[in-house]
Design a protein around this ligand. Structure first.
Ligand SMILES: [Zn+2]
Length: 309
């Protein structure tokens, strides 16, 4: 498979590092997967990025494609995105309720907060926040998600990437995103806009796959799911803190991102085909349970303009 050259940022190169401004890259992995060839490079500052860098055209295609929504419809049954995204909605709603409970202190700061979720997908978290009395908003690149969220939860989501949707400055108390960070192609523009759109002292909440002492990476190397085609950058918790501070956010606390999942999700994403076949044969592939995997971590940060140089 060959993707068009204009799906990649031609201005990005080994001479660019948005974090340190002094790029010194070394090759980390050359990946040949999903019928594509690409590299991940590590800068001396710790930041890891894909080259060539997927751009907004790539993501406008990807988030509306079958390779994202349904692996079974792709030629080699490959998991770029999800086996069947919509079948797991019960898991997703249970995960959203659990995440909300764990961050209740943030949402109890006011009776009716303005909450924006970037990339809310099926809208399950916005549904939970809305039921708790908050005013909710969202923007997503996928039209299928927007239609689903409207039908299932009666949640209105705007179409488009966060960078392109027009929000007034200082209009939200909480900006939240899950499984979005690794698909951002221009973090400098993105984080600057998050800061502006958030009220001073407002909470910026996101999750990320922590690459520090990552056991799954040590085992799977370039086969690790974090090195799929739509991943732009990866972060250790140290690098994550540096990024947040650079764009004017102070880290308040982090927590383990426990999700309600099932073996089908975990085993297919981990590319453990044998174990997945066994689970299917036993008929247990869709039994759901809470699990801390990836290892994914949630960061709760606050807009703090005093951090800006
Ligand atoms: Zn760097």
């Amino acid at each position: 498979m060959q993707l068009p050259a204009d799906y990649y940022d031609q201005d990005d190169s080994d001479n660019v590092c948005f974090l340190c401004g002094n790029p010194r890259y070394e090759p980390l992995y050359h990946v040949t997967q999903f019928g594509l060839d690409y590299d991940f490079m590590r800068c001396a500052c710790g930041l890891v990025k894909q080259t060539p860098m997927p751009n907004e055209k790539f993501f406008a295609w990807f988030f509306n494609s079958e390779v994202f929504f349904d692996a079974e419809k792709t030629p080699n049954n490959e998991i770029w995105g999800y086996r069947d995204y919509f079948i797991d909605e019960d898991c997703r709603l249970a995960t959203s309720k659990r995440r909300y409970r764990k961050m209740a202190d943030v949402f109890e700061k006011g009776p009716r907060l303005d909450v924006l979720k970037i990339g809310p997908a099926t809208g399950s978290f916005l549904h939970v926040a809305s039921e708790a009395g908050h005013r909710v908003a969202g923007c997503d690149m996928s039209k299928r998600f927007i239609a689903f969220a409207k039908e299932r939860y009666n949640i209105d989501i705007r179409h488009g990437g966060f960078e392109d949707v027009d929000y007034p400055d200082e209009s939200f108390d909480v900006i939240i995103m899950f499984s979005v960070l690794e698909n951002i192609s221009r973090p400098d523009i993105f984080f600057e806009k998050v800061r502006r759109t958030l009220r001073p002292g407002g909470a910026f909440i996101m999750n990320f796959v922590d690459m520090e002492n990552n056991v799954v990476e040590a085992l799977q190397r370039d086969k690790y799911f974090i090195y799929r085609p739509p991943i732009t950058y990866t972060f250790t918790r140290t690098v994550m803190t540096k990024v947040l501070n650079k764009y004017g956010f102070g880290v308040e606390r982090t927590l383990r991102d426990v999700r309600v999942s099932n073996l089908e999700k975990v085993l297919t994403l981990g590319r453990w085909q044998g174990a997945y076949k066994l689970a299917k044969a036993l008929g247990v592939e869709r039994v759901s349970f809470p699990l801390w995997y990836y290892p994914s971590r949630i960061v709760i940060a606050r807009r703090d303009d005093t951090l800006l140089a």
